[in-house]
Design a binder for this molecule. Structure first.
Ligand SMILES: CC(C)(COP(=O)(O)OP(=O)(O)OC[C@H]1O[C@@H](n2cnc3c(N)ncnc32)[C@H](O)[C@@H]1OP(=O)(O)O)[C@@H](O)C(=O)NCCC(=O)NCCS
Length: 321
């Protein structure tokens, strides 16, 4: 299904504000979302007044399903320009190859110049770090916000269009609702962004909020699957336990850096990979992703640099007898 979001121009007299994106183009003057494949106008969605006001110009935007030509870009989180992403290994590709046949859905937002600016991916909740019934779980929505590479596509309605397309898709697949994760802190994936779009808190674990939007009265709220075991210590060695699901290049990057740094210390470090794509293994630990050094997580936000991880391991190694 292709959903086209047509954003019509603002009222006459409102001058166009400068756009952060180099390829914007004026094309119209109302806001609607339609599904051309159905041969009729689909749901009409009016963008918030502020969005129209800020838009200052009309753009076309397509929401498309992921197909082969964009698979590599998707596996790189649209950051084909980034050296960090290349450092993250091929775990995302491996994950994608497995999840393709397990109900993974991916949609991309394409601007009027044909540039992919955003993506959303969601999975049946039985593949998520949360438990629930008949729900989809959005493990990632990302509208490219860096100036590098393809540029900044945020704050022009791509996020909203992606989310609405995913919700429509989940409904058409008879899901009873959609869940998503967000941080209650105002950075990275903000839970508040979902809350503004009608999502409610279902559960919270540390800074991670599980939000959801039920579609039917009999939908049951999801819950986080909580940590069940502690990453082990290893007598006489620094123990690094790396939980890897593969879905997120940011987590994959930390994993790759930690593995490489650990190798610098030879047999003074015990490095163990736990493959949490395996559902039984995940259920056993209750940890989906993360690197732990002597039982402590090394990442609370963006991936730590290679040097930072190596220094942290070196400090632990110095304490060994
Ligand atoms: C959250 C996110 C998806 C939102 O995407 P987006 O395309 O910027 O979202 P939208 O444009 O639909 O909405 C964002 C805001 O811009 C406003 N907006 C929408 N269209 C606009 C336009 N044409 N001009 C200006 N503002 C606009 C919206 O009103 C909204 O404002 P509000 O949230 O203050 O109410 C995006 O910011 C993002 O990717 N953040 C990082 C998330 C992340 O880390 N993902 C990885 C997790 S694994």
């Amino acid at each position: 299904m292709v959903v086209v979001v047509k954003q019509l121009p603002t009222a006459a007299g409102q001058g166009a504000l400068p756009s952060p994106h180099r390829r914007q183009r004026v094309v119209g003057s109302v806001s609607c979302v339609r599904a051309p494949g159905r041969g009729h106008l689909g749901r009409l969605t009016t963008l918030p007044a502020r969005a129209l006001l800020h838009a200052g110009r009309q753009r076309w935007m397509d929401i498309i399903d992921l197909t082969a030509p964009h698979e590599e870009l998707y596996c790189q989180c649209l950051e084909d320009w980034s050296a960090d992403i290349r450092e993250a290994g091929d775990h995302k590709r491996v994950w994608y190859a497995k999840m393709r046949d397990r109900g993974l859905r991916v949609k991309l937002a394409v601007d009027d110049a044909g540039e992919v600016g955003g993506m959303i991916q969601y999975v049946p909740i039985q593949y998520a770090p949360a438990s629930g019934k008949d729900l989809f779980f959005i493990n990632c929505i990302w509208v490219h916000g860096h100036q590098q590479g393809r540029g900044n596509f945020q704050k022009r309605g791509m996020g909203r269009a992606l989310l609405e397309a995913a919700e429509d898709d989940a409904r058409s697949l008879d899901a009873k609702g959609v869940a998503a994760w967000g941080l209650w802190l105002p950075f990275w994936m903000k839970a508040s962004w979902f809350k503004k779009r009608g999502y409610k808190k279902a559960d919270r674990q540390s800074i991670q909020v599980l939000v959801w939007k039920p579609f039917s009265a009999d939908a049951e709220p999801p819950k986080w699957i909580r940590q069940r075991r502690k990453p082990p210590r290893v007598p006489g060695k620094v123990a690094i336990t790396a939980y890897l699901n593969g879905w997120c290049p940011v987590m994959n990057l930390t994993y790759e850096r930690a593995k490489r740094a650990a190798a610098e210390f030879g047999d003074r470090v015990h490095f163990e990979t736990i493959d949490t794509f395996d559902r039984k293994t995940f259920a056993d630990w209750g940890i989906s992703d993360g690197v732990y050094v002597d039982g402590k997580s090394i990442q609370a936000g963006p991936p730590p640099s290679y040097e930072k991880i190596r220094d942290l391991i070196a400090r632990r190694v110095r304490r060994l007898r």
